[in-house]
Design a protein around this ligand. Structure first.
Ligand code: FE2
Ligand code: FE2
Length: 320
């Protein structure tokens, strides 16, 4: 373990100060940032059709148009529910860290955390409102989230694993959301919810990246864990983001084929169409993992076993 270099510290402070200024200039309001007073008139689409889980599989033909529209809504809501759960934990965890004097040697980071926590708190409230707005309800918390911050407690002076994994989740989530609403027919409220969130999450992601880059040299154990675990973690997050079988139960598809969840998940996870969507989603992250040395050749086999070889190789070639 080494101390943080003056240069790294300076860069971290610079970036963090810029993010604080941006947060003070404009941040989300539970009241004023979305068109809450506009009613939902017709059956809304919340997810672009090509990104609905069953698109490009035989199940698409087995579903009615109304079922597909409702699936687009429920699959978006399952993401929003995951945000409610995750971001509640984020608020709780970082508040506790602050109260326990985390980052006490990094006053600008402590200042940033107050903005960050306030933003995540507003997000959970807005996502809950948005779920109500569309007449849906929360989904249960995904099991892996339950002990997320306990399992990823820090190994060094700073809670870097928590900062890092929070950033990776935020990034994958935002890639999903941003691409999901990219169509004219997607309901304006869904777009507003996603785009307003994305704007703030860009700050959170930038901060997480900078924290890792600036402080990684203080914690070799974190570095090793991140190098080894990232491919496994990212695979799980990408696959879990596609759908939630509970969505299918809520809709109650008429065709009995939808009742075999195992076959259904197999079809949506491994369709050729999905591989293309996954590639589009993962590319910017892979680029970062290489540049930040989270990708390490010692663990190349893990990346391959998790299915990232085809997307990784061209980037590695370019980097070398
Ligand atoms: Fe958020
Ligand atoms: Fe966030």
């Amino acid at each position: 373990m080494t101390e943080v270099s003056a240069l790294h510290l300076q860069r971290l402070n610079q970036v963090t100060e810029r993010l604080i200024a941006s947060s003070e200039k404009k941040s989300m309001s539970t009241l004023y940032s979305h068109p809450w007073d506009e009613p939902v008139t017709e059956a809304p689409y919340l997810r672009r059709k090509e990104r609905i889980s069953i698109y490009g599989t035989p199940y698409w033909e087995k579903a009615t148009e109304e079922e597909i529209q409702r699936l687009s809504l429920e699959e978006m809501v399952t993401w929003w529910a995951a945000f409610v759960h995750l971001e509640s934990l984020v608020v709780e965890y970082y508040m506790r860290e602050l109260n326990n004097d985390a980052f006490d040697d990094l006053p600008i980071v402590r200042d940033y955390m107050k903005h960050f926590i306030k933003e995540e708190l507003v997000h959970t409230l807005v996502f809950k409102k948005a779920i109500d707005y569309f007449g849906s309800s929360l989904y249960a918390m995904p099991p892996f989230l339950r002990s997320f911050y306990d399992d990823n407690a820090g190994t060094g002076r700073y809670p870097l694993m928590a900062v890092y994994l929070t950033m990776v989740i935020e990034w994958i989530a935002d890639q999903y959301q941003r691409l999901d609403v990219e169509a004219d027919y997607v309901h304006p409220m869904a777009k507003a919810v996603v785009q307003e969130h994305w704007r703030e999450e860009m700050r959170h992601i930038k901060w997480g990246q900078q924290m890792v880059q600036s402080l990684i040299s203080t914690d070799d154990e974190f570095r090793r864990h991140a190098q080894e675990l990232t491919p496994v973690y990212v695979r799980q997050l990408i696959d879990q983001g596609i759908t939630n079988v509970e969505c299918f139960d809520r809709i109650g598809f008429a065709d009995p084929a939808f009742q075999d969840h195992e076959a259904l998940l197999d079809a949506v996870l491994y369709s050729e169409h999905r591989q293309q969507l996954n590639s589009e989603l993962i590319r910017p992250l892979l680029h970062y993992f290489i540049q930040a040395e989270i990708y390490h050749p010692d663990y190349h086999d893990i990346w391959v076993s998790q299915g990232f070889e085809a997307d990784l190789m061209p980037l590695l070639k370019k980097a070398s």
